[in-house]
Each structure stands twice: as C-alpha cells, then as structure tokens.
Ligand binder design. Structure first.
Ligand SMILES: Nc1nc2c(ncn2[C@@H]2O[C@H](COP(=O)(O)OP(=O)(O)O)[C@@H](O)[C@H]2O)c(=O)[nH]1
Ligand SMILES: [Mg+2]
Length: 469
C-alpha cells in the first residue's frame, strides 16, 4: 500500500508550501489568504511511473475546541472514534473544514503537523495538538519558520515532545535537496511499520535524483560541445566595412551562444519539475550578465594558478582580468580581442577565406570573417560555471516558494560565490582540457573516452552541489 501523509495545521502556517516542496509540485496552491483551501487534495509522488508516496493537503482547523470536546466524548467508548467524530462533523455546517481534514486521518494517513515557529505557542495550538495525540496515528510536527525569528523555537519543541513521535525544523521556502531528503528520512521514525517502505521511497528518490543529474550532465556536455565548436562567418563587402562586420559577427556569436545556453537551462528546469511557477533568477545573479562580461570572466574563469596548469597542458588561455576588461564595452570588443597576442585572436580563426569564398557562394574576390570555433578553454569554463550556477539555483528553489521579497539578501549573498571550478585541482582541469582538445579534433564525434571522463566529472560535481547546503 502507498503510504499517505496528511498535512495538518492551522490556516496560513505553510501547510501547502511544505507539501509543494516535499512533493516537488509547483501546482500546489499557496495563498496568503488564510482559509482558502476548503477541500483535501492528494498529490502523488511518482517515480519511474509508480506512485511511491502521497501527500494530502487539507484545510486548516476551524473549530479545534469543538472537535476536541467531541473527540474526548468518543475516544474511550467508541470502537472507531474518528469515524464517529467525522460522521458527526458532516452534519454540522461550521465543522465543514474540520470534518474534511479528518477524512485522510480516518483512512490511515500519517500526520504531518505544520506550525509557523516564528510566533509563540497559543492555546489553540495546544488544542490542535491534543486532538492529534488522541487520534493515536503516527505523527510528526514540522516547524516552518516563515521569518528568521527563532525566539519561540524551544517553546515549540517542548510542546512537540509531549504530543508527537518526532519533530523537525523545515523551511518550506528555502529547503534544499539535502534537507528534503533528511525530512523524508525522518518520516521513517514515526512508525516502525513504515520504516521498510519509506526506506524504499528514500532509495527510489535518491536514485531518481542521480538519474536527473546524469541527464543534466548530458545536457551540459551537449551545450558546451555545440558552443565551443560553433563557427559563424560573415562576408566582408569592403575594407571600410570590415570593422563593422566583425562587430556584427561577434554579436551574432554572442547571441547564438546565449540561445544555446538558454535552451539547455530550460531543459534542466523541466527535469527538476519547475514547470508552472516561473521563478526568477536572483537579482544579483551572474547569469543576468552578458556571457562576455568582464565580471563574468573574472569570477567564472580559471584562476591564475589554473591558467598556468592549462597553459602547461598546451591549452590557449585568455587570462582573466587582463584582456577581458575591454570585452564588455560593446564596439571595442573585437579590437580588444584581436589585440591580445595569439590566444584571443585565435577565437576568431582565420579571416581570409579566398579559397572558400566561392564555395560559400560569395562574390569573387570577397573576404570572409569567421568567429569560432573557440580556441580558448576559458570559454568552456565560463559556460560550465554558468550551467552549474543555474543548476544550483534550480535545485535549491523550493517548489513551495513563490516570490522573492525578504529573501533577496540571502540569495544575493549566495550568488556572489565565484565559479565552482575555482577550487578544482590539476587533475580535474586536465579532464576538461583533454575533452576540449577532443572536441577541437572532431566536434561531431569527439573521442568517447574523453567525453565520458568529462561527463563523469560533471556528474560528480552535480552531486557535490546537491549535497552541499
Ligand atoms: N517567507 C516564507 N513565507 C512562507 C513560508 N511558508 C509559507 N509562507 C507564506 O505564508 C502564506 C501561507 O502559506 P500556505 O503554504 O498557503 O499556508 P497554508 O494555509 O497552511 O496552506 C503564503 O503567503 C506563503 O507564501 C516560508 O517558509 N517562508
Ligand atoms: Mg493551504
């Protein structure tokens, strides 16, 4: 039988948010108006086409005092006090919501009780907790702190120890993948009978996650390959126009790379089930910046030490901060790039294509300017780090979260982390270097060995990001 958990609590404490985040479902209605949910709704967690777990969202308690009194009347005399209580509640109009929320509990669902821990414990909460205790069902309490206020946490925990099998702090809007797994694991402890099946659920969940990481690695590899091997050409009509042409071409190149990147990011987003709510990137994210922006290259490129390593391996590297400084300045772009000895100029490839001119259907004697394929491995690192930033943002955007406000500061602080590859050792840089060389040799079918090694490195990195908080 599929385990079911009913999310219970007072209106507006974050029940729907918790559910949305746990079930990775951004279609759950989260509302700032208390009491908007009046019907239970069940959300299945499906892995490999099989429902492994289900969560039921419920309306909040409306008349806990009355419910407690009625339950107490029945608890020692009825064989099934919950059923009798629910039947009674059906007949009383103002108990509609309370009756509704008891339905899943009556059919055997485990209870997840959600409170907003940033406010003090009130008597009405004690009443609700007493009801849940009297149901005798396995139950866990979740402290969802809407604010950072932890003044009341201890008081809440004290109450919970009396009434619940287990309790956890869980921020529905900020929970990371790692914290979600921890919460699922904690559900095991509330009832021995569920331990085995929930073990399987957690296992399936982890497996599914590493499958998603595998697909993400494929997506990133594919996008990087097609970007670093991209070649664009433009006809130069006259010498006078040459400068203009180059600038135009570089812009086109930039747009092309950005489109490829966005396509890849969109696929990653779908993979992690952010389908409905259109989340935005943090306002200060480096991802808002142009691919060839100076800051991007400084923060996401190789470090000086790594540049030496890459150079030692025979890779052409730009050297962040030096040449890239001029890149952000629109029209100065090409000149700046051409002015850098060797490496950057090579990004533009040969400029004279008299031989090819005819082939490309150009007027005889015309010249062509070409951009790409990338000769500098730094482009690979820029694209890689940007993908990893996007991935980190996506997996850590809790499904229950619907807006920024308040949380801007936190996100801004996080987004200032420089590139993920900054700490990478020589051996990881070498894997990238060998892969980069392999694409340069044959971009349609680069060496399988080098590609596999690169993908393995990507998968390891994605897993590391998943597990870090
Ligand atoms: N900042 C923040 N807001 C939250 C959190 N959980 C819920 N909210 C907000 O509180 C309101 C009620 O949340 P909801 O999940 O619909 O509560 P429910 O009525 O118990 O289902 C919504 O406006 C949410 O955006 C949280 O962890 N952090
Ligand atoms: Mg709700």
């Amino acid at each position: 039988m599929t385990p079911e958990f009913a999310i219970l609590g007072h209106p507006n404490e974050g029940k729907s948010s918790v559910l949305s985040t746990l079930a990775e479902d951004d279609s759950v209605r989260v509302s700032s108006t208390p009491g908007e949910t009046t019907k239970c709704r069940t959300f299945p967690v499906i892995i490999d086409g099989r429902e492994v777990l289900r969560f039921t969202d419920t309306p909040g308690f409306q008349n806990p005092g009355r419910i407690l009194a009625e339950l107490k009347k029945r608890v020692n005399i009825e064989r099934d006090p919950l059923r009798s209580l629910r039947k009674f509640a059906t007949t009383v109009v103002e108990l509609h919501d309370d009756c509704e929320l008891l339905t899943p509990v009556e059919r055997g669902a485990g209870i997840i009780y959600v409170v907003d821990g940033s406010r003090p414990v009130r008597n009405v909460d004690r009443t609700e907790m007493e009801i849940l205790r009297l149901t005798g069902k396995p139950r866990m309490a979740i402290i969802n702190c809407k604010d950072d206020n932890d003044e009341y946490l201890d008081a809440w925990k004290n109450e919970f120890r009396k009434n619940f099998n287990s309790n956890r702090t869980f921020n529905a809007h900020r929970a990371t993948y790692a914290q979600r797994i921890l919460l699922l694991e904690a559900l095991k402890s509330i009832d021995q009978d569920w331990q085995h099946i929930l073990d399987k659920v957690v296992h399936a969940f982890k497996k599914d996650w590493s499958g998603r990481n595998e697909t993400t690695a494929d997506i990133i590899e594919e996008a990087i390959r097609s970007s670093v091997s991209l070649i664009l050409t433009e006809n130069i009509v006259s010498e006078r126009e040459a400068e203009n042409c180059r600038n135009k071409l570089f812009n086109k190149y930039n747009v092309s790379l950005t489109q490829r990147e966005q396509k890849a990011h969109k696929r990653i987003r779908g993979l992690f089930k952010h389908n409905i709510f259109n989340y935005q990137l943090p306002p200060h994210s480096l991802l808002h910046e142009n691919l060839f922006d100076e800051r991007t290259w400084q923060l996401l490129g190789l470090t000086k030490k790594q540049l030496v390593i890459a150079g030692g391996l025979g890779g052409a590297a730009l050297g962040a901060g030096l040449d890239v400084a001029a890149l952000g300045h629109g029209l100065g772009l090409f000149t700046a790039m051409g002015g850098v000895a060797g490496a950057v100029g090579a990004l533009f490839g040969g400029e004279n294509f008299s031989g090819k001119a005819k082939l490309m259907g150009m007027p005889l004697g015309g010249k062509q300017v070409q951009v790409g394929p990338a000769k500098s491995i730094e482009l690979l690192f820029i694209l890689l780090n940007r993908s990893l930033l996007y991935y980190q943002h996506t997996i850590n955007w809790a499904h229950g979260r619907r807006d920024y406000q308040k949380e801007n500061q936190l996100v801004a602080a996080k987004s200032n982390t420089p590139g993920f590859t900054r700490e990478w050792s020589g051996s990881r840089i070498k894997v990238c270097h060998d892969y980069f060389k392999a694409i340069q040799k044959d971009h349609d079918e680069p060496s399988l060995r080098e590609t596999e090694k690169f993908k393995t490195l990507l998968r390891t990195t994605l897993q590391e990001i998943s597990e870090s908080d």
